[in-house]
Design a protein around this ligand. Structure first.
Ligand SMILES: [Zn+2]
Length: 335
C-alpha cells in the first residue's frame, strides 16, 4: 500500500474549492508516455497552475500502471527541479470501470479516481460509486462519479449517442454516494470527431464548421440543485483546425474532425465546472509535429528529432489551454 501523500501528490478537494470560488477550471491532461508528461509538467510549472495527470485504462494497458505511477512521482520532483517549490499535481484514474480497478490504483498511490458507472442502471451506479467512495475516503483519495452518458470513443469507453445528465438526479446521487465531484453530460463528447458535419453550420467568415452549442441550461440546472459542488466536463478538446490541417497537409487523413469551441469551454470554466478533460488535442499536437518532421526530413531517424518537436508543440498547446481557456495560471496555493 502506497499513500499518494508520500509521493508528493495531492487530491482534488482543495484545488476544486478554490477553482469554483475563483471562476476557473483545473486542466486534466491524459498521459501515456514521457514526452507528454514532460510537456504537461513544464507547462504547469511555467504557468504556475495546479494540474491533474490522468491515466485511462487504455494508458495502463499501453504503458503499465506501475511505470505510470513512478512517472507521476518523478513528475513531482521534476516540477521542483524546474523551480516550483510547491507543485500541486494530482494522479487521477480516468474512467475506472470497476471497484477492483479503483482499489488497485488507490493502493498504489493515485490521489484521485473516477468510477464511471454512467452506463449502468441508476441504482447500480449509486451502489458502485458509494462502494468506491467508502474505500477511497479512508485514504483521503477523492472520487469523481458520472451521471449522464457522453457520446464518442475514448479508449474502451464508447457510446453512440449522448444522454444529458438529469438534473433531478444529482442531489440524490451526490448525497447517497458521497462523491467529491460529478462528471456531467451537456453535449461534450470523446474523441476528435465530436459532431457530424450535418449537425454543424458553416461560419461564413472562416468557412469552418461550427458545432451546436453545449446545453448550458442543463449545467445551470445542476448548479442550482447542487450549489458549489465540483462539476467535471469530459471530452473537452477543441480539435484545433491548424493541427488538423498540418496533419492532413503532411499525409494524414482526418476528415471533418470537430471539437468544442474554446469560447464555450471558457464560459464553462467560469462556472462550477472545475475540471476540464483534454486528451485529443494533445494527440493532434503530437501527430502534427511528427508528420511535419517526417515529411520535411525523410532521412531523419533519431526519435528525439521528431518526439522533441512533438513535445514542444504539446507544451505550447497545454500552456494555451491553461492561460487562455481554463484560467488556472498563477493559481497555485503557494509558489
Ligand atoms: Zn472521459
Amino acid at each position: 500500500m502506497v499513500n499518494y501523500k508520500d509521493l508528493g501528490l495531492v487530491n482534488t478537494r482543495d484545488m476544486f474549492a478554490r477553482a469554483i470560488k475563483g471562476g476557473y477550471a483545473i486542466p486534466a491532461f491524459n498521459f501515456n508516455n514521457m514526452e507528454q508528461l514532460q510537456a504537461i509538467i513544464k507547462a504547469a510549472v511555467e504557468t504556475k497552475s495546479p494540474v491533474i495527470l490522468q491515466v485511462s485504462k487504455g494508458a495502463r494497458n499501453y504503458a503499465n500502471q506501475t511505470l505510470l505511477r513512478y512517472m507521476a512521482e518523478g513528475a513531482v520532483e521534476y516540477a521542483k527541479e524546474l523551480g516550483c517549490a510547491h507543485p500541486e499535481i494530482v494522479l487521477h484514474l480516468d474512467h475506472g470501470d470497476s471497484f477492483e480497478l479503483c482499489k488497485s490504483c488507490i493502493d498504489m498511490g493515485f490521489s484521485s479516481v473516477m468510477i464511471d458507472g454512467s452506463h449502468l442502471p441508476y441504482e447500480e451506479n449509486v451502489a458502485l460509486t458509494k462502494k468506491v467512495v467508502e474505500y477511497a475516503h479512508q485514504f483521503d483519495v477523492t472520487v469523481e462519479g458520472e451521471l449522464g452518458v457522453l457520446a464518442g470513443v475514448e479508449d474502451e469507453v464508447c457510446a453512440e449517442h449522448h444522454t444529458y445528465t438529469n438534473p433531478e438526479e444529482v442531489i440524490d446521487f451526490a448525497t447517497r454516494t458521497g462523491c467529491d465531484s460529478l462528471a456531467i453530460s451537456i453535449g461534450t463528447s470523446h474523441g476528435a470527431y465530436k459532431f457530424k458535419p450535418e449537425q454543424c453550420h458553416v461560419d461564413p467568415a472562416t468557412g469552418r464548421l461550427v458545432p451546436p452549442p453545449l446545453a448550458f441550461e442543463v449545467l445551470d440546472a445542476v448548479m442550482e440543485k447542487l450549489p458549489g459542488f465540483p462539476i467535471v466536463l469530459h471530452g473537452s478538446s477543441s480539435v484545433p483546425q491548424e493541427e488538423v490541417d498540418t496533419i492532413n497537409r503532411y499525409g494524414g487523413k482526418l476528415e471533418a474532425a470537430i471539437g468544442i469551441p474554446e469560447e464555450e469551454l471558457r464560459k464553462a470554466a467560469k462556472s462550477a465546472v472545475c475540471k476540464i478533460n483534454i486528451d485529443s488535442d494533445s494527440r493532434l499536437a503530437m501527430t502534427a509535429a511528427i508528420r511535419k518532421v517526417f515529411a520535411e526530413k525523410p532521412a531523419e531517424f533519431d526519435p528525439r528529432k521528431y518526439l522533441g518537436p512533438a513535445r514542444d508543440n504539446m507544451e505550447k498547446m497545454y500552456k494555451h489551454k491553461i492561460i487562455n481557456v481554463l484560467g488556472s495560471d498563477g493559481k497555485l496555493a503557494q509558489c
